[in-house]
Design a protein around this ligand. Sequence first.
Ligand code: PLP
Length: 431
Amino acid sequence: MIDLQKSKAAFEEARKFMPGGVNSPVRSYPHMGCPPPFIASAKGSHITDIDGNTYIDYVGSWGPMILGHAHPAVISAICKAAENSTSYGAPTLKETEIAELIHSVYPSIEKIRMVNSGTEATMSALRAARGYTGRDKILKFEGCYHGHGDSLLVKAGSGAATFGKPDSAGVTKGTAKDTLVTPYNDIPAFKAIMDAEGDEIAAVIVEPVAGNMGCVLPVPGFLEALREETAKYGTVLIFDEVMCGFRTSSHGAQSFYHIHPDMTCLGKIIGGGLPAAAYGGRKEIMACIAPDGSVYQAGTLSGNPLAVTAGIETIRQMMNIPDLDKKLAEKTSALLEGWKESADKAGVPLICHQSGSMFGIFFSEKDVLNYQDSCEANAAQFKAWFLSMLDQHVYLAPSPFETLFMSWAHTDEDIERSIAASRKAMEEAAK
Ligand code: PLP
């Protein structure tokens, strides 16, 4: 077994001072029966823990590290910016530069507001949509995660969902009742809710490619139905591209599927590994935001010079790599094909999903189209496979409900090694 002695001790110490020993729950390796590796450093496609184990990393800080860790140009841009101070709380040229850059990639984002996290982006986009429409209700899809804002911590727990049952303690019934939930990829169910309540719904928010129930792709016609129905009822359509942004394609899921939402939320990649996110969209909606309009939203560190610099450099580097999308997608397919073959050989049913450079697997015989399907996948097999992969120095998200990420830094050798590791891991899963 891999030596995690130092991580084990560090985790025990951390648990004395932090809930679960972590600053974000899934980092604590819930249900995996081993301590989380405590990380010392990372470079390119590799991440190293405090015990000195180096792994091939497919977590990529949960999405931002599309160029790989510690990309020299990104690090150098951050260091240079830091010499001029780390924050001013005043306008800078770089903020307009990133706004223009994002608009050039996402033309539907006519105006943008930078924030510090994906949570803030979705929360603020919803407030804007409510301010714009004068309506209270919002509609989300079961299994989609949009950060931890109160009105979004509601998911469908079977029938209770329609009545807005809170998924987290601490969310008031009053808040939850304005959040409607319906299954992802179920066009008739979505239309039925819109027919019944569309006039009262301020916003429909969706991950156009879902990444928080494992990686689940939209079925043909689903995103089209969202666009048509929201237009019919004057409801604001919000694409939460915090995860799939720049991943499904470098112009986003909206360009890949040719569906243009009214608003978009971005995060992860646009901060290049530092805390930055954004929401934006149609000019007339964004005109509601303070100081132009009456929807208040602000931030001491919003548009932070280091985070914005890291984001600009990351996006520019991406733009300079010829055929980036194609090459990232090819690397991802090669890995998944290898993993699938390893599963077939071990007699383990496996479904593989990919959207550009985001991907996931389900230990399932039937395809996974929604949260319910994802819950039915075999958790024990996932755990056995995951632990064996970790043991063989392949670093994956410790939950079947998370998505994995390929980076530009991953080499053919990384992919071959990860496939070889899966051969053994699938045999463990088959036991
Ligand atoms: N939206 C989506 C689709 C996400 O995947 C996440 C986080 O993973 C968020 C929002 C929240 O972002 P953050 O963790 O930066 O608050």
